[in-house]
Design a protein around this ligand. Structure first.
Ligand SMILES: [Zn+2]
Ligand SMILES: [Zn+2]
Length: 345
């Protein structure tokens, strides 16, 4: 059997590059040579802790789910792809049969196979197999690195959709990390003129400004609630939280206009968070959760190809496959300068 190199997480803090079998395609799958993989917060969390909630790394696991590559072989039922095609890989593949899959909300499917979520391997390796219908061709004007950025951009596209954001809205985004910046750009691509965004890192706020924020607020200097209420004349129409801390979730309600839509995107690390519910009720707000994304890849790819969003300037640094461990440690070591790390393979 042909072999490939892969980066396996053995236990927290311990990544080893090993040889393993190149996976074999089924009839409806393609074999993809991986070319670029983004490092996500969830990869870093698995690397540091060996688990996220009930997902526990019990045997050596290949991390990485924000990926793009080149088709090298196709199964006999594959119709729309051929060897040589460059593709973005949608990380989650659902069952296609359950109620949620059949009604278009396949991100809620209970039987999703999601890259780099135990027990399923991810893409810090040379090859993966993936079903044709969750592979999306990249236009010639897009790089593999931009292709790898489609996964986090899909979260931004879906968050804007969940928020029903329209051109007349004022939008407030809490947090200017990779997801906050993707939400910012997705909202701007909808034509919104007034977007305010917060963070505690100066360089992130500077990038947010460059990517279209109307107002940036450094929460280490200013009170975000006061500033946003002032900027929006009494509250934002749509509020997005890309942080997931108890205080930021409460802030989403404080900075919402009456009747606003609030989208909670950032995943909290604690189960129970006290919220001033009376304020939410009396403000008549809609609070919406969002879990990953559905039907967002084609739009995300077009947005990059058409220059409606700029994902390139979010890439801080790149590593090779042999240095995946350094790539996973980089965000924690460089919080003042890091947005997105890409592993090139
Ligand atoms: Zn991710
Ligand atoms: Zn399903």
């Amino acid at each position: 059997m042909a072999k490939m190199k892969a980066a396996f997480l053995h236990k927290p803090g311990d990544i080893r590059i090993d040889e393993t079998d190149i996976p074999v395609i089924e009839d409806d799958e393609a074999l993809i040579k991986i070319r670029a993989v983004g490092v996500c917060g969830s990869d870093v969390h698995f690397y540091n802790k060996g688990r996220i909630g009930d997902f526990i790394v019990k045997r050596p696991l290949i991390l990485g789910h924000e990926c793009a590559g080149e088709v090298v072989e196709i199964g006999k039922n594959v119709k729309n792809l051929k060897p040589g095609d460059r593709v973005a890989i949608e990380a989650g593949v659902p069952c296609r049969k359950c109620y949620y899959c059949r009604t278009g909300r396949y991100n809620l499917c209970a039987d999703v196979t999601f890259l780099a979520t135990p027990p399923f391997h991810g893409a810090f390796c040379e090859y993966i197999v993936h079903p044709e219908d969750y592979l999306f061709k990249l236009p010639d004007n897009m790089t593999f690195e931009e292709g790898a950025m489609i996964e986090p951009l899909a979260v931004g596209v879906y968050a804007a959709e969940r928020g029903d954001v329209n051109v007349k809205n004022t939008v407030a985004i809490i947090g200017s990390g990779p997801i906050g910046l993707m939400i910012l750009q997705s909202v701007r691509a909808r034509g919104v003129t007034d977007v305010v965004i917060t963070d505690l890192q100066v360089f992130r706020l500077e990038l947010a400004k460059k990517l279209g924020a109307s107002l940036t607020i450094n929460v280490t200097e200013d009170d975000p609630v006061e500033k946003i209420l002032d900027f929006t004349n009494g509250g934002a129409d749509v509020v997005m939280d890309a942080v997931g801390l108890p205080e930021t979730l409460q802030q989403t309600i404080n900075i919402a206009r009456m009747g606003a839509t609030i989208v909670w995107v950032g995943m909290p690390t604690v189960d129970e968070i006290p919220i001033r519910a009376v304020e939410a009720i009396c403000k008549d707000v809609d609070i919406r959760g969002i879990f990953r994304y559905a039907n967002a890849y084609p739009t995300a790819i077009k947005m990059v190809s058409n220059d409606q969003v700029d994902v390139k300037s979010m890439i801080t640094t790149t590593f090779t496959l042999d240095h995946v461990q350094e790539a996973l440690e980089y965000p924690g070591k460089h919080p003042e300068t890091c947005i997105k790390v890409i592993v090139e393979i």
